[in-house]
Design a protein around this ligand. Structure first.
Ligand SMILES: NC(=O)c1ccc[n+]([C@@H]2O[C@H](COP(=O)([O-])OP(=O)(O)OC[C@H]3O[C@@H](n4cnc5c(N)ncnc54)[C@H](OP(=O)(O)O)[C@@H]3O)[C@@H](O)[C@H]2O)c1
Length: 355
């Protein structure tokens, strides 16, 4: 693979990431039914890194993935470094809902130390902090404890995930130097545009975007097809099937897909490449995450980066988006509605269950 993934600066200290990030959720136990061929996957990840796709995303709660990325460093890190390729591994700190009111600086440090051990590094490149329930006080204090660990050298940069604009502002105003917010952002879900993009621009944050391909729904494999029957094949499809419904349902989503497919065909690319290209051109978007548990799509997704959308393409895409419903509220607002459809499918006490 030719090396051609743009680098994006985060945090102003010379730290750079690749504009595409390998998503690790798909590699966690419990995400999908299919087994992972680890040796083949690690070879594919190394090839992707040599092509410039050097940044990976995982989480303390993605069971087995920090360990897997640690093994990736151990098996391929030295030869990648010899070729001048440095990996960046982003993890998350996602405390269980049931423990939010009893966290201490010690319990936070224990989780960070565990991530360091699992990833086999002396310092975590980026820790993205999550908080399931704003009604439980403490997120600013916990962010401050993470900042102490940053100052102590255990973390290079701090970010958040799924925090809305007022809370990101609150954490920044408390003096915690966040560099990124990991949010859902795609042709189907443009909630970041309601408030987060403006805040990110004002405060110099980069958006690291998941759902970029809506778990695969933003690809032509679903074009002209009926909605897949339940049970769906993996957790991403369960999540983004709800997003398709929020955006107006299967028929209107099909119209968007048809537009993406037509644009893609004019350029000899895939509908997914068009979806990624659209996202990467949005203001304040630092990177798009793409999940994987095999290397099949790496080349096609790298191809998105050299796609140049013409004015006509942009207009057609905007018209198709305009026919969809705009999801309500700030980022992750619908997901926080107690007993709502999005909240019901989420596992909020994974650490305890997998301890
Ligand atoms: N912070 C959070 O709350 C949060 C939530 C979700 C995800 N994430 C992060 O974001 C990452 C991305 O996950 P996601 O759930 O949003 O899924 P996604 O990246 O939108 O979709 C991944 C799926 O898209 C399909 N795909 C990828 N490239 C394709 C291509 N070129 N053509 C056709 N299909 C393609 C693959 O499906 P097949 O393999 O079936 O073909 C793959 O499993 C995760 O791994 C995780 O790191 C974070």
């Amino acid at each position: 693979m030719e090396r051609r993934v743009p680098r994006v600066a985060l945090g102003g200290d010379g730290y750079t990431i690749s504009a595409l990030i390998v998503g690790g959720w798909q590699l966690s136990d419990g995400h999908r039914a299919a087994a992972v061929d680890e040796a083949a996957l690690l070879r594919d990840l190394a090839a992707a890194a040599r092509a410039g796709w050097t940044t990976l995303d995982c989480a303390d709660i993605y069971t087995g993935v920090e360990e897997l990325f640690g093994r990736f460093r151990a098996t391929h890190g030295a030869s990648l470094r010899e070729d001048g390729v440095e990996l960046q591994v982003h993890t998350k700190y996602v405390p269980d809902l049931d423990e939010l009111s009893s966290l201490t600086s010690e319990s936070v440090e224990r989780v960070v130390d565990r991530s360091l051990r699992r990833l086999r590094v002396d310092r975590l490149d980026l820790v993205q902090f999550a908080w399931w329930d704003y009604g439980i006080p403490g997120y600013v204090e916990v962010a401050g404890w993470l900042d102490d660990l940053r100052a102590a050298g255990k973390i290079r940069h701090l970010g958040v995930t799924n925090f809305d604009a007022p809370r990101v502002r609150e954490i920044l105003d408390a003096g915690v130097p966040l560099v990124a917010n990991q949010v859902q952002y795609s042709l189907l879900d443009r909630r970041p545009e309601h408030a987060m993009v403006a805040l990110a621009r004002e405060r110099g944050l980069g958006l690291l975007c998941y759902g970029a391909l809506a778990g695969g729904f933003l690809s032509s494999k679903y074009l002209g097809r009926p909605a897949p029957a339940e049970p769906l094949a993996n957790r991403s499809l369960v999540k983004y099937r709800l997003v398709v419904d929020e955006a107006g349902g299967w028929e209107r989503y099909q119209e968007l897909l048809a537009t993406l497919d037509a644009v893609a065909e004019r350029h000899g690319r895939t509908a997914s490449a068009v979806a990624l290209r659209w996202l990467l051109a949005r203001p304040t978007v630092a990177a798009a995450m793409v999940g994987t548990f095999h290397g099949e799509h790496f080349a096609a997704n790298l191809d998105a980066l050299s796609l140049v959308l013409a004015e006509r393409d942009g207009k057609e895409i905007e018209t198709a988006i305009g026919r969809l419903d705009d999801l309500e509220g700030d980022v992750f607002g619908l997901e926080r509605v107690a007993d709502g459809p999005h909240s019901r499918i989420m596992w909020k006490n994974l650490s305890a269950e997998r301890r």
